[in-house]
Ligand binder design. Structure first.
Ligand code: F6R
Length: 242
């Protein structure tokens, strides 16, 4: 059953979600965390870094797998998700080298890269806790609205709305990559726990559609209504239409 956790604002949402991740790490120190980029998880990562520095949270046995990566950007590009994860989390906590994983958006054979990523997640024993944000069109990872729920890691054409939303991180809209590699909905649904965070009034409409509307691949996040252990941590603004 999908649980909705109400938070006052972005800071409260971040603290609550960070507490859920912290509980996961304390209960299973060698857990596999599925991680997301974007604006929504930034406050969570700040909290995790703070608690790690205080000695309250130990990442030494944790392994991570990220949801997605743009196609074609070199790792060193400050727009790559590799760069984002290193600068906003990995370089500031005691995660051992080699414990973090992202899909490679510059692999020479992308079909092989998709298969490699799925095999890697399977070898790690699956994801214990998957952290998600939600796109304005209902995407999770880069699973954009379409006629079906894709199962495994695959290549996607980014929706116009996603390119529009993500251009804020680039010099111009033309610089936003048109394609990405993303974990599939099947892998996300197989995570033993899912924590989705949503903040701000601009997410209110999609939060209502995804979690209080019909389950459809046209709103990919709506499938989380069927997840046995999913929590949506959303602030008052994001919940203002429900
Ligand atoms: C990021 C990701 C995306 C974002 C979503 C929301 O790795 O997979 O699904 O979570 O686009 O982005 P923000 O948090 O920037 O609103």
């Amino acid at each position: 059953m999908l649980k909705i956790l109400r938070a006052a604002d972005y800071a409260d949402m971040s603290r609550k979600a960070a507490n859920l991740i912290s509980a996961q790490i304390i209960l299973k120190p060698d857990c596999v965390l599925g991680l997301a980029t974007g604006s929504s998880p930034l406050g969570i990562y700040k909290k995790l870094i703070e608690w790690n520095a205080k000695g309250d949270l130990d990442f030494s046995a944790v392994r991570t797998v990220n949801l997605d990566e743009y196609l074609g950007l070199p790792k060193c590009s400050d727009q790559s998700y590799y760069y984002f994860m290193h600068s906003n989390l990995f370089d500031h906590v005691n995660l051992p080298a080699g414990a973090t994983n992202l899909p490679n958006g510059r692999a020479s054979n992308m079909a092989d890269e998709c298969a490699r990523y799925d095999a890697l997640i399977e070898r790690l024993g699956g994801v214990d806790l998957q952290l998600l944000g939600i796109g304005h069109d209902g995407h999770i990872g880069f699973n954009e609205p379409c006629g079906e729920f894709p199962k495994g890691t695959h290549i996607v054409e980014l929706a116009e709305e996603t390119i529009e939303a993500n251009k804020r991180f680039f010099a111009s809209k033309e610089d936003v990559p048109r394609k990405a590699i993303t974990m599939g909905i099947g892998t996300i649904m197989a995570a033993r726990k899912v924590v989705l965070v949503a903040s701000g009034v601009d997410k209110a409409e999609i939060v209502k559609k995804a979690f209080f509307g019909p389950i459809t691949p046209e709103v990919p996040a709506s499938i989380l209504q069927l997840h046995p252990n999913a929590v949506v941590v959303a602030d008052e603004a994001a919940l203002s239409l429900v």
